[in-house]
Write a protein that binds this ligand. Structure first.
Ligand SMILES: Cc1cc2nc3c(=O)[nH]c(=O)nc-3n(C[C@H](O)[C@H](O)[C@H](O)COP(=O)(O)OP(=O)(O)OC[C@H]3O[C@@H](n4cnc5c(N)ncnc54)[C@H](O)[C@@H]3O)c2cc1C
Length: 390
């Protein structure tokens, strides 16, 4: 039987396991999913935890092991150490080497805390449950200045499209949610909020209309914005830049730099920058029986969950088409994103602007926030295997 191994069980890995289950029968293939956690932390909800509601960090864990096993897939909880593309083995920390015929790598990007001198998770973050919980606790303390900083995306200079920020959307969401929360607490007049991004505009990957809405919203709500940031180092209470004065702050929240994946580097399957180079179907450019899906792949731009789901669909359909000797369809990227604006409102963007297109549909309001809330809850209820998958 054909052995399929899926590494990673969050947005990308979970969508891969869904599509494999949908397209293949259990008599054709065996499927093994590997992740260091049996539960998935649903990152889009962490911004709420960081914005003064730490308890939320514990409410968004989704039982992926259970989901996979219910569908007859094997789930191995372990740390993945290395992939050997020649021997077609995955080396794990505490299980025997795992052989594969086809491999889907969906282990995301590492968090590059140490890529900026002085920076570490102790500065505050939002990207994992423990960080969002801690941040949600820390904002309850009295203080007067808060910086929300976005790290750079350490992409190959040859990659297109090119983005300079790791992911600014959660940073912006936290700033809007905290602005609303501080106002509710009657603290807003005493706390300055500054968003710092390496990008030239807020909402770098969205499109000009959304970028203008975000810039206006930040200004209206007296949230300071520092763009084109070139970080030099970070101390306990300040961010130092290469080309402007340091910015002091009592508290910080970071979306850290994205430096690609150590696993991809160690395995020798990366593009020299820690990302896995793939074609328009998600297949590795040198090893056609390896697919890279989600944040870890060169074509995951922006690095968002919706893109990971689109890529999973494309990659598994390509794998299926190859088996069936059919014609596969390439990835047709578009951005679908809803960001929280606070006060029950959201900004919905449907756009192909990042890929050179001219379509950008934008909606601001309660219905956009409701759409996001519905998606999040549906994702949780169905453990990522939605009745309608993007
Ligand atoms: C705070 C925040 C909010 C966000 N909000 C949104 C949003 O609103 N909408 C949206 O579309 N996107 C959002 N994103 C982006 C989205 O979460 C990511 O794009 C998505 O999680 C990428 O999925 P992935 O499966 O590729 O990688 P990851 O989510 O990074 O998952 C990788 C998985 O692989 C496992 N893994 C990694 N290395 C190893 C190893 N060596 N051994 C074993 N297991 C390993 C990890 O445990 C993890 O389960 C947000 C991101 C953050 C940080």
């Amino acid at each position: 039987m054909h052995k399929v191994v899926i590494l990673g069980a969050r947005f990308a890995g979970s969508a891969v396991s869904y599509w494999i289950n949908k397209l293949f029968s259990q008599h054709e293939i065996t499927v093994t999913v590997v992740d260091q956690w049996t539960v998935m932390t649903y990152r889009p909800s962490l911004v709420m935890a960081a914005a003064g509601h730490p308890i939320i960090a514990d409410q968004w864990h989704i039982a992926m092991k259970r989901r996979c096993e219910k569908a007859g897939q094997h789930f191995v909880r372990d740390s993945i150490f290395r992939i050997d593309p020649q021997q077609q083995h995955v080396y794990l920390a505490s299980h025997p080497p795992l052989p594969y015929d086809t491999l889907f790598v969906a282990t995301g990007s590492d968090q590059g805390w140490r890529t900026i001198p002085g920076l570490g998770p102790e500065h505050g973050g939002v990207c994992e449950d423990y960080l969002a919980r801690e941040t949600g606790d820390r904002v309850q303390q009295p203080f007067h200045s808060l910086v929300i900083a976005i790290g750079p995306l350490l992409q190959s200079p040859a990659d297109r499209p090119h983005l300079v920020g790791s992911l600014d959307a959660p940073g912006l969401e936290v700033s809007f949610l905290l602005d609303a929360w501080f106002r509710k607490q009657r603290r807003r007049d005493h706390v300055s909020i500054t968003v710092v991004t390496p990008a030239p505009v807020p909402g770098e990957f969205l499109g000009p209309k959304s970028q203008e809405i975000l810039a206006t919203e930040l200004c209206k709500r007296k949230i300071n914005l520092v763009t084109d940031a070139h970080y030099e180092r970070v101390s306990h209470s300040a961010i130092y830049f290469t080309d402007r004065k340091p910015l002091s702050s009592e508290k910080m929240i970071w979306v850290p730099p994205y430096p690609g994946s150590r696993l991809a580097r160690i395995s020798g399957i990366d593009d020299g920058y820690g990302w896995i180079p793939v074609d328009q179907y998600g297949a590795h450019r040198t090893w056609p029986n390896i697919y890279a899906v989600g944040d870890i792949s060169t074509t995951a731009l922006p690095k968002i969950g919706h893109m990971a789901m689109l890529q999973a669909r494309t990659a598994v359909h390509h794998f299926y088409a190859v088996q069936q000797r059919k014609r596969p369809s390439p990835l047709r990227p578009y951005v679908l994103h809803v960001g929280w604006l606070g006060y029950g409102r959201g900004l919905l963007t449907l756009s192909d602007w990042l890929y050179g297109g001219s379509h950008e549909l934008v909606h601001v309001g309660i219905s956009s926030a409701l759409a996001k809330a519905c998606f999040n809850h549906a994702y949780k209820i169905f453990s990522g295997w939605l009745p309608l998958m993007p």
